[in-house]
Design a protein around this ligand. Sequence first.
Ligand code: DOR
Ligand code: ZN
Length: 348
Amino acid sequence: MTVSSKITITRPDDWHLHVRDGKFLPSVLGDTAQRFARAIIMPNLADPVTNTQRAADYRDRIIEALPNEYKLTFDPLMTLYLTNRTNASEIKKAMDSGFIHAVKWYPAGATTNSDKGVSDIVGCYDVLEAMADEGMPLLIHGEVTDPNVDVFDREKIFIDQFLSGIIKNFPTLKVVFEHITTEDAVSLVESASKNVAATITAHHMMLNRNALFQGGIRPHHYCLPVLKREKHRAALIKAATSGSKKFFLGTDSAPHTKSTKENACGCAGIYTSHGGIEFYAEIFDKAGALDKLEGFASFNGPDFYNLPRNHDKITLQRKKVKITEEFTFGDEVCVPFRAGGELNWSII
Ligand code: DOR
Ligand code: ZN
């Protein structure tokens, strides 16, 4: 059998991405726009993107900050940040804008800039109803925030306490369970209707929780949901490479400055956009499933979001490329995933 060392696929999209704001935007956008045609832009800015006007302004800032060669080729797909005070009438406005493609539910306190998130989802039921009516997807950070719940169990408990109920109460609502990390999440998505899908990151498929403590504490492997044990990592790879249309690529690339990561109370987030498709090629290759990469990276996302698939192609080859130790991030630096190591696949 010959093992392919090259693969051409329809240009992929990133269905879950953090690019931050202001001076940080130009440091990271090029990596994404070079690989992906579109990306779902997370709304968890320090001052969150809570309405259509804010999303329009944020979109303008992103386009302004894009390198010139990508200003016409890269489309930032905007999202709204759900709060206890989101008005149901905002959903139609967002849908009519044409550039807002989803609403993100952060349980208050679950992660970076989530303090203004939702503390009472039942109080948001009128908004969810409006979303179901409009066909606006709900993107979920699926972790409970109860400090008494073990940090490794937060996703599983969220399924039992919240997600199962939401899916039952809103069967026509489109739901993306974001950055899933457990076999429990895989099972939930597989057994749910076609309205329920999930994104999977490369880092959750490449690392298990041992990577947090490899010879010492590793702040650059800290993200939320936190890395899980090996059986869960294996379940994610199985799901992503299964050919199921319910799973698609979402890097959750989440840059933070080196100083806020290497800190007594370090931020959660891993920057992976420098290998946004390459890391997935490595994972699929290792799993003997390169033929499933295009569906996962280029078809399942747009099909779920009712958007057209991209037309142009990219070619990846099994060729090592050095990864920098750090890169300029605003007026500081950021340490990328696998810093100082290598990408095993690269784009031609
Ligand atoms: O690791 C994470 N980083 N998880 C999240 O949910 C948010 C993200 C960020 O914005 O830094
Ligand atoms: Zn995220």
